[in-house]
Design a binder for this molecule. Structure first.
Ligand SMILES: [Zn+2]
Length: 595
């Protein structure tokens, strides 16, 4: 039971939380021992009850103004498991804020509010050992507990530590480096004597260069670390820590390696990455292609999405800077030539391919990429792979590539070759020239336009497949009548009862209880939150939950079921977090039926 820690914001594995001491601490935070007098901007709230080695001590008397690190045994690294177990400490059940010391081998739920990773400094410089240790401990302890890495943080590495899932750090390393005459910034560790001027505006740096000594350097280092943590917290609240990490982690090779290693721990990050975000995603490098949001979209388009227009030609077009694509000048021109006679799929880096029905769906209208006109080899490889997998399951009678030269053409030729299919190229010079558009229109001669109703129905079904799983479009929306004007679509059944609405901002469906009942009755796996017998209004809190599907992600529509209520809402935590948390809002309710 966590009494003293609660998560308020999540951004992948990073969180903004609250250590609920008498005077609460916003995490990720810089904390230090209550007895030390570290200069600079730091919270003195740790009380280390000491190592039990070699003599036994009594349980400490804690109080709610401090985070008490419970007595532990410091065993040397490499101690055999059976020895470590024999000397393991039984953590007492205490009624004050407490932290238990764990290693990646022994981490388990001790009922504490925070966990200290033993031997943490040993992981600095070792990317895979660091990522393995942090993710292993994070998975072993409840989600609503803080993870503390002592002796590791610097202004340069702390953003990456937090991105990996760390909530508490201390100034030890920054202090030691300062006493050694190292002046730390977010991008460098300067030798103090090499600095002609001080590249900082913190209080410690407000003095003549020749009076600035190592003691001031310690204070500056702590200030720089605290300032970087403020920036990181802002980034988490904005849902934009990843964009920052892609640049920041480059300041040091072990951080670059750490961040790439984390991307390889896909399931660890995927579980913690929301389905939808308010913030736009900035794709500035090949690293962006490995983001969970990008990989997830590509996976769902190739595995879940069913092309319902493949009884007619496919037109591949380039993406546009303006989103949704159909609002852009170029796409309006393509549309005037196509006139609903073909299925339109946009090719884009970093998303891959975007079928017309999913142009609103996150992140298809929420990304911003650096447009140079030149594709990198990695981008060509990625988009080719997605396009090829997309086309493998389709029966289009004709594939028309209405695309410019350079990267787009390379991709199409590569995929055409690999699949042994012929592509028709309709662009001369540029896709929006009269010649090119004339070629495109001529290629579609003889095909009828499909009706608006078919377009709208297929959009609802495509989004349902994407969001709820393969088959959901047909199972939940077999008899369907759409109301409103795209993109503000409402999905009703044949009798006029509303099943869902398309949320224009994120391109996902918001179910009604009638829609949710269809989901439950279908063969499609239903993301379900089981609750105690009460009727939730507004929100469901974690303690009221008895079980939750493992695959629930933040932003998912979920069914809420209990003896007293049936409802639908949007998840604010992942399923595993709902199962292990004792605090916090788990689901924002949309509709509820008492029963
Ligand atoms: Zn400074």
């Amino acid at each position: 039971m966590t009494d003293y820690f609660e998560i308020h914001e999540r951004d992948s594995a990073a969180r903004v939380g609250e250590l609920r001491l008498a005077d609460s601490v916003t995490t990720p935070a810089l904390v230090d021992d209550v007895d030390t007098e570290t200069p600079g901007d730091c919270r003195h709230v740790l009380d280390d009850a000491g190592s039990r080695w070699p003599t036994e001590q009594d349980a400490p008397d804690g109080d709610d103004s401090l985070l008490t690190v419970l007595p532990h045994r410091g065993l040397p690294a490499g101690t055999p498991d059976e020895v470590a177990e024999a000397f393991a400490v039984d953590y007492p059940d205490v009624s004050f804020p407490s932290a238990a010391v764990v290693s990646s081998d022994t981490a388990t739920d001790h009922g504490s509010d925070a966990y200290v990773l033993a031997g943490a400094p040993g992981y600095v410089g070792h990317a895979s050992a660091f990522v393995d240790a942090v993710s292993t401990v994070r998975e072993a302890i409840p989600a609503d507990t803080a993870l503390y890495l002592p002796g590791v943080a610097t202004p340069r590495n702390v953003a990456t530590l937090v991105y990996a899932g760390v909530d508490l750090v201390d100034p030890d390393r920054a202090v030691v480096r300062g006493t050694e005459g190292r002046y730390l910034t977010t991008d460098e560790a300067y030798f103090l004597e090499d600095l002609d001027e001080l590249p900082c505006a913190c209080p410690a740096c407000q003095q003549p260069r020749d009076e600035f000594d190592r003691e001031d350097c310690v204070e500056h280092n702590v200030n720089a670390l605290a300032a970087e943590l403020r920036r990181v917290r802002r980034r988490i609240r904005d849902g934009r820590l990843r964009d920052y990490i892609e640049g920041q982690a480059r300041q040091d090779n072990w951080l670059t390696a750490t961040f790439r290693r984390l991307d390889q721990q896909y399931s660890y990050l995927e579980e913690r990455t929301p389905l939808i975000r308010r913030a736009d995603l900035s794709a500035a490098s090949d690293d962006s292609l490995r983001r969970v949001e990008i990989q997830r979209f590509a996976e769902r388009v190739t595995d879940r999405y069913v092309p319902r227009f493949d009884d007619r030609p496919l037109v591949l077009v380039p993406c546009s800077a303006r989103k949704p694509y159909s609002d852009s000048q170029s796409h309006k021109q393509y549309h005037d030539a196509i006139k609903w006679r073909a299925h339109v799929v946009s090719m884009t880096s970093p998303i891959g391919v975007v079928p017309q029905e999913l142009e609103l769906t996150y992140p298809a209208q929420h990304y911003d990429s650096v447009v140079t006109g030149n594709w990198t080899a990695t981008e060509i490889e990625f988009v080719s792979r997605v396009l090829e997998r997309y086309l493998e399951g389709t029966d289009y009678p004709e594939i028309i590539a209405h695309i410019p030269g350079e990267g787009y053409r390379d991709i199409c030729e590569r995929v055409a070759d690999s699949l042994g299919r012929e592509f028709t190229y309709t662009v001369t010079d540029h896709p929006t020239t009269a010649d090119s558009l004339g070629n495109l229109a001529a290629e579609l001669e003889g095909w009828d336009r499909y009706p608006k109703r078919e377009r709208e129905h297929n959009t609802v079904r495509a989004v349902a497949d994407y969001q709820f799983g393969a088959g959901a479009g047909d199972e939940l929306f077999d008899d369907l009548s759409t109301q409103g004007r795209y993109p503000q679509l409402r999905a009703d059944d044949a009798d006029g009862e509303q099943l869902a609405a398309l949320a224009q901002q994120y391109g996902v469906l918001s179910l009604t209880t009638a829609g949710a009942r269809r989901w439950v009755e279908s063969d499609v796996h239903t993301k379900t939150v089981e609750i105690e017998p009460f009727v939730p209004h507004g929100s469901v809190l974690a303690p009221g939950i008895t079980d939750a599907s493992d695959d629930i992600r933040v932003g998912d529509d979920v069914v809420i079921r209990g003896d007293a209520a049936f409802g639908v809402g949007r998840a604010q935590m992942s399923g595993p977090e709902m199962q292990s948390s004792t605090r916090g809002i788990a689901v924002q309710m949309r509709h509820v039926d008492e029963q």
